[in-house]
Design a protein around this ligand. Structure first.
Ligand code: PMP
Length: 291
């Protein structure tokens, strides 16, 4: 097996040499941003879109990334080629860098930037065939005025609290409501429902991460003339949905058939979920765009 190589501050180095300082504010304070990206057919799926979200999030937290988007685009491609990956997962991380023990981010000298390209742990196929069981977490999604939801920050404790609730309930995902009791998203996925033939997903104003798979699914729905709306809804409206599914770079499009022990629709993946799942798979299996 070839040695795993990590792109670390401009160089490809062996994984066992890729080390971050204990004074890095990414570690001390979760101060930084990251992306999780898929590799299909040796292409980095939607790489430019992920980089745009990374740079936007970094701009919101006033973290200047010391490379251009084009440079990180090339660096990511190089990392995939160097590791000989046809399919897999990329973790691209930009931390505030090494600083003092105080909070002040402006005392950190240089952001730490690294790119890991590795295999991926997928949900077992049975969940795509029969659907996931999920719960509603008691943990609310971060208030958008406390933590901007468009920042995919290195501090995932909010989501981890909800994930712990899911694990304790012996399910794989948990729905997080927002401060207004509306459905926001899951711990690592966006959420859609289908009611009377219409696709409905919470708007960005619900305090969700602007998911790249979510946007793509909305585009695929438009191409197939499936009516869609971004609209707030309550958990009770979701219980009464005909279909429900989650989207994310790792999960892709995964049906949900049980929420809080209540069966959704017919209790099996519905026809609109199936169409969007198929459209997504056709795209990533044929010519996955890197833009
Ligand atoms: N919401 C959260 C909280 C996430 O962590 C993720 C995964 N990055 C998503 C939604 C899905 O986003 P994407 O489709 O861009 O992977």
């Amino acid at each position: 097996m070839t040695e795993k190589l990590i792109w670390f501050n401009g160089e490809l180095i062996p994984a066992d040499q890729a080390k971050v300082s204990v004074f890095d504010h990414g570690l001390l304070y979760g101060d930084g941003v990251f992306e999780g990206i898929r590799i299909y057919q040796a292409k980095v799926f939607k790489l430019r879109t992920h980089l745009k979200r990374l740079y936007d999030g970094a701009a919101i937290i006033d973290l200047p990334i010391p490379y251009s988007i084009d440079e990180l685009f090339e660096a990511t491609r190089r990392t995939v080629v160097a590791n000989g990956l046809e399919s897999g997962y990329i973790r691209l991380v930009v931390t505030r860098g090494v600083g003092t023990l105080g909070l002040n981010p402006y005392l950190c000298d240089q952001p730490t930037v690294f790119i890991i390209a590795d295999g991926i742990q997928l949900y077992p196929q049975e969940y795509y065939e029969y659907g996931l069981k999920i719960i509603t977490a008691k943990t609310r999604r971060n208030h958008p005025q406390a933590m901007h939801p468009a920042v995919k920050s290195m501090n995932y404790l909010n989501n981890i609290f909800a994930k712990v609730e899911a694990i304790k309930a012996e399910v794989l995902e948990a729905i997080m409501l927002n401060q207004d009791d509306n459905v926001a998203e899951c711990t690592g996925d966006n959420l859609f429902m289908v009611k009377d033939g219409q696709l409905i997903t919470p708007p960005l104003s619900a305090g969700i991460l602007p998911g790249i798979t979510r946007s793509l699914v909305l585009e695929l729905a438009a191409k197939q003339s499936i009516p869609a709306a971004e609209r707030d809804f309550k958990i009770e409206q979701l219980y009464a949905a005909d279909e429900c599914f989650l989207t994310g770079s790792a999960a892709e499009v995964v049906p949900v058939t049980v929420i809080d022990s209540k069966t959704i629709g017919e209790g099996q993946p519905g026809p609109i979920t199936q169409r969007l799942y198929d459209a997504y798979h056709t795209l990533v299996s044929n010519d996955p765009p890197e833009d």
